[in-house]
Design a binder for this molecule. Structure first.
Ligand code: UDX
Length: 440
């Protein structure tokens, strides 16, 4: 089977590379010439562990190609996987502009029966609407050439290859036996459980899964905030909760809220879509509200300790929305950095891979440090926004090089015992404070 993949972002590039690894002949299409040039040189335009090596292997095996020529690629393909972005509109709804643009190009190009597989996260009913759209624009002579199927992805950034090659489930949403058979054949070599359903259910599985995980995180953050107020310890609490297999011990880490390209957008999109359907998703509304407040927990704690940030050297460790990625989309660090700069702080940031992207946002308003040590030197306070292994494993003695070891940790990187032993003044999420307050 000849497979084309539209879009070489996280979803498209990882999917295309994994399909090629599993033996398919894949051509990835993108309108961004710089990306295509890079990919043809065997370079990954995104930071994703292991991806570049797999791209090179699949290219060398002659199973993976990259091009801007969508007309020929779509015309020759039996299956076109669409993995373009569906970002958030100002009102929270999903923006389907890129999806329809690609589908228009597909309709212009194809001459023979083609299965269009939508991998992008799209509102419930979108695949059905696309099927109607294709029938309308293909005209009488080419009507019925396109079948549309939903095949959402569940990959996380940083572990995208593993999540695709060893997925816990593959969801296929079709209204047509032939389409279901084709997708079953494509995914057979992956050896993963395949769940077959209608297109609307498949679209909903994706939103409901992401929103459930976001809700789980907001719930834990809510409980963590209460732990601080009543003297319980969130880590002991989540250990106790997670031991119950009905709850599970994953996605129970408290912090300064979820970020990234999926949870913030997908919670808002499902909430918006429910409102349109005349239903209020109260749980998801609560998850969104808790998350928005949670992002400012560290600043709130620091404000109680420091009279002002103006002129203070603030050390920031970690900026990306989570470790293992250079992605800053919806990262909790961003509004916090804006706030600190807005109040005249002298902000020094260290992140193992995120600094080039951070510089695109903040330019010369921030100091970009080369190491944890230089960031902390003589700082008045330290904020930790991302739990990179390098930060979790750092020598806590380095905090003693600050003017005062005043540390606000949004990802609970250190144990309370270790913070005590290191003589830190330490605020973390949902746990007891360590040390005294230094600033009046
Ligand atoms: C997520 C889903 O996990 C994935 O299945 C989906 O396909 C895309 O969205 P991703 O956005 O890459 O993946 O990151 P994820 O690891 O889920 O983390 C999202 C955010 O939640 C991060 O900001 C992370 O720090 C936060 N998080 C995660 C917590 O605050 N606590 C947790 O216990 C887990």
């Amino acid at each position: 089977m000849k497979i084309a993949v539209a879009g070489t972002g996280y979803v498209g590039l990882v999917t295309g590379t994994c399909l090629a690894k599993m033996g398919q002949s894949v051509v990835c299409v993108d309108k961004d010439e710089t990306k295509i040039i890079q990919l043809n040189l065997g370079k990954s335009p995104i930071y994703e562990p292991g991806l570049e090596a797999e791209i090179v292997k699949a290219k060398e095996a002659g199973r993976l190609r990259f091009t801007m020529d969508y007309t020929q690629t779509y015309r020759e393909a039996d299956v076109i996987v669409v993995g373009v972005a569906t970002p958030e509109n100002a009102d929270g709804s999903a923006n389907l502009h890129a999806l329809y643009h690609v589908c228009g190009q597909i309709a212009d190009a194809i001459e023979s029966p083609t299965l269009v597989v939508v991998k992008s996260t799209v509102p419930i009913g979108t695949n059905d609407k696309l099927a109607i759209y294709f029938d309308q624009i293909l005209g009488e002579d080419r009507k019925n050439l396109v079948e549309v199927a939903s095949n959402p992805e569940f990959l996380s950034q940083g572990t995208a290859l593993r999540d695709t090659l060893q997925a816990e489930r593959i969801v296929i949403g079709t209204e047509n036996q032939e389409a279901e058979d084709m997708l079953t054949e494509i995914y057979a070599p992956f050896g993963q459980p395949i769940l077959k359903m209608n297109r609307r259910s498949a679209e909903m599985v994706k939103y409901a899964s992401n929103d459930f995980l976001a809700l789980k995180i907001s719930f834990v953050n809510d409980i963590a905030n209460l732990c601080e107020a009543v003297g319980a310890d969130i880590e002991e609490v989540t250990n106790g909760m997670g031991a119950d297999s009905r709850i599970g011990n994953r996605f129970l880490s408290p912090g300064i809220g979820y970020g990234g390209s999926c949870f913030p957008k997908d919670t808002k999109a499902l909430h918006w879509l429910a409102e349109e359907a005349g239903y209020t998703l109260k749980t998801i509304r609560a998850a969104i509200d808790v998350n928005e407040k949670q992002r400012f927990k560290l600043i709130q704690a620091a404000r109680k300790d420091m009279s002002q940030f103006t002129g203070k050297k603030i050390a920031v460790l970690g900026a990306t929305f989570k470790p293992g990625t250079d992605d800053l989309r919806e990262a909790p660090s961003i509004p916090n950095l804006q706030l600190l700069l807005g109040e005249g702080a002298d902000v020094h940031v260290y992140d193992p891979v995120g600094l080039p992207n951070l510089e695109k946002v903040f330019g010369d308003r921030l100091h970009y440090s080369e190491s944890v040590a230089s960031t902390l030197q003589d700082a008045d306070a330290c904020f930790i926004f991302t739990e990179w292994a390098e930060i979790k494993e750092m020598d806590l003695g380095l905090f003693q090089t600050m003017r005062e070891p005043q540390v606000y940790d949004g990802r609970n990187c250190f144990s309370i015992k270790a913070a005590e032993a290191a003589g830190m003044n330490y605020y973390s999420i949902g746990r007891a404070r360590v040390g005294g307050v230094v600033f009046a």
